[in-house]
Design a binder for this molecule. Structure first.
Ligand code: ADP
Length: 380
């Protein structure tokens, strides 16, 4: 049974704002995405009023969930501080990103800035380490690297999850061939999908790719917070988070709020992308998240026929950059037809060609990441 936007609006008309106005007349609703029983929208309020809205968010979610045919609901509460308005009340102080205030966390998020990443670690029950895979710009192979790195970590015997937080273009459904929608457990937490031995969650399982594209910064944070905490991840050694590309406000807020133990930066050898990678490094430094290392993707061209290597973009840029910046260099992944073809067919190369040379490269990178994580875990 399909659910229409009008049905959602009708049920929201019965929910009242803190001032007693129907939600549909309160001028706070984003566009509503309703397809295949999956409903997503956000309530956008002034940060000064955010606390009063949290219970309304829950009411709105419950009202929509009660519509016959609705299988998944995600209502994000986002708050932006209006210029000149008073800062929101404690204990949810400003996080250092001007004008942006993520509010839908189950407990007050940790302080950014001087916050030690160690203090943020235990925030997702059962998950020992959360790591980000980030890039300064899109199209460098970040998602491909994130998935194959997750599989490499799996091959090392670790229990691994993958969270696709690339809200502007969630590609994990395509890379994994998964398109089902997650079910809810008795506690109404989403159960991640499973493939290749990984627990996998993507915003792409919940909304159409086009809907995700139009989200603004605070909505991104809210949705990602929900995917971190309202998902039954189970026991994981590592949760790999595929970050949205870039180093803007949305990315910074994410890096600040997700309990990251470390970050892996993916870059291509071209100069421009290295400049972007440097911005990525600076961003994680700013929020005290250790950079576990740089991966150079599409490092050299490997001919699928004769195996000859051509350094068409020059060579060694990322390694050199990593040395200069005193960041570990994790490895070089060739530009190879097999990586593209397997990725885009939903059969990542580490899983589909486990004995091949590419799988070996990703596993070696995974080994270094695991070792780096051990280093981060060591008592100060
Ligand atoms: P991003 O997440 O940075 O936007 P993707 O992982 O989606 O990038 O990759 C972009 C495109 O490049 C995809 O078609 C993917 O299959 C391809 N790709 C990524 N890495 C490689 C590689 N090492 N060799 C060949 N193709 C690659």
């Amino acid at each position: 049974m399909s659910v229409t936007q009008q049905q959602v609006l009708d049920s929201l008309a019965r929910v009242k704002s803190p001032r007693g106005v129907a939600l549909t007349n309160a001028n706070v609703l984003s566009a509503i995405s309703a397809s295949d029983g999956k409903v997503f929208f956000s309530i956008n309020v002034d940060a000064a009023e955010a606390r009063a809205w949290e219970s309304i968010r829950a009411e709105a979610e419950a009202a929509v969930r009660a519509i016959p045919g609705v299988t998944t609901v995600m209502v994000a509460l986002t708050a932006e501080r209006k210029p000149g308005s008073a800062p929101p009340p404690p204990p949810q102080p400003s996080r250092g990103t001007p004008g942006v205030q993520p509010v839908h966390a189950h407990k007050p998020p940790p302080q950014g800035g001087a916050q030690s990443p160690m203090a943020r670690q235990s925030e997702i029950p059962g998950v020992a380490a959360v790591i980000a895979v980030a890039s300064g710009k899109g199209g460098v192979g970040k998602s491909t690297t994130a998935l194959n790195l997750a599989l490499g970590l799996r091959d090392l015997g670790l229990k691994v999850g993958l969270l696709d937080a690339d809200i502007y273009g969630p590609s994990v459904p395509r890379l994994t061939g998964l398109h089902d929608k997650p079910e809810l457990n008795d506690e109404r937490k989403m159960i991640p999908l499973r493939r290749f031995g990984l627990a996998i969650m993507s915003i792409g399982f919940l909304v159409e790719e086009e809907t995700a594209m139009i989200w603004r910064g605070p909505m991104v944070m809210s949705a990602v917070t929900q995917m971190l905490r309202d998902v039954e991840w189970g026991t994981l050694d590592v949760l790999v988070v595929d970050m949205p590309p870039g180093t803007g406000d949305a990315q910074l807020t994410l890096a600040q709020n997700v309990p990251l133990k470390g970050a892996v930066i993916v870059s291509t050898p071209q100069d421009l992308s290295l400049i972007d990678a440097r911005r990525g490094l600076a961003m994680f430094k700013k929020v005290n998240v250790p950079v576990l290392g740089i991966v150079e993707n599409m490092s050299y061209f490997q001919c699928p026929h004769c195996g000859t290597r051509s350094d068409i973009f020059g060579h060694g840029g990322a390694r050199h950059e990593a040395e200069k910046l005193d960041v570990p260099f994790l490895g070089e992944i060739p530009l190879h037809m097999a990586i593209r073809a397997t990725s885009d067919a939903g059969n990542p190369v580490v899983d589909s060609e486990p004995d091949g040379p590419h799988a070996a490269i990703y596993r070696a990178i995974a080994g270094q990441v695991r070792d780096q994580l051990k280093g981060v875990s060591a008592p100060a």
